[in-house]
Write a protein that binds this ligand. Structure first.
Ligand SMILES: [Zn+2]
Length: 195
């Protein structure tokens, strides 16, 4: 007997593998839509896709591979640089998210885990359109990762407000570039209403 799980033929039934494939199917589908939604920006979508799989070369991962690097975060130099810390919980990232969430119309809150972040990204609500939320979230993740690399390789540091200004400009340019698409028509107004 053979079982096909995620296009991989297994000669012996593996209950844990099957269970994982079944259990992950829902979230995987949601994630695909969170990342490759209509109008996504390829460079940002790619960064968040790698982050979603926890494959960004964070210092925590580099040092777990035995590389002789400090495991401390490039943004705060206090906590270990894991994906969730760097992109969601670091004081620098938290300040950037606070500005982003306020601008989208949310009362600021913290994402404590990647799962909480994913759930928020998949959710529909009345605060803002999901397309804008996805566009902005991808730009935010990507900008935090870029800031981390700039600090590491070029020794340049921006404040959270400086990072937010880059995100803001990027969102305006992206919406302007796609304004003829039906799903982008109302986004500029939504993004600018709390400027
Ligand atoms: Zn940090």
């Amino acid at each position: 007997m053979s079982w096909e799980v995620d296009s991989e033929e297994l000669t012996n039934f593996s209950s844990s593998k099957t269970w994982n494939a079944v259990r992950n199917r829902g979230p995987t589908r949601n994630w695909t839509q969170n990342i490759w939604f209509k109008g996504h920006v390829p460079k940002h979508a790619f960064t968040i896709w790698i982050a979603h799989q926890d494959r960004l070369p964070t210092r925590s991962r580099l040092s777990s591979w035995g590389m002789n690097v400090s495991p401390l975060c490039c943004l705060c130099a206090v906590y270990e640089e894991s994906r969730d810390h760097l992109l969601l919980r670091c004081e620098v990232s938290e300040s950037v998210w606070e500005l982003v969430l306020q601008r989208l119309g949310y009362n600021p809150f913290g994402f404590h885990t990647w799962t909480a972040f994913s759930d928020w990204l998949s959710m529909r609500d009345k605060v803002t359109s999901r397309t804008l939320k996805r566009l902005v979230a991808q730009a935010t993740i990507s900008s935090i990762w870029t800031e981390r690399n700039k600090r590491l390789h070029e020794g340049e540091a921006r404040t959270p407000q400086g990072i937010f200004r880059i995100i803001d400009r990027f969102i305006r340019d992206t919406i302007l570039g796609k304004i003829k698409r039906k799903e982008f028509m109302s986004l500029m107004q939504q993004w600018l209403r709390r400027e």
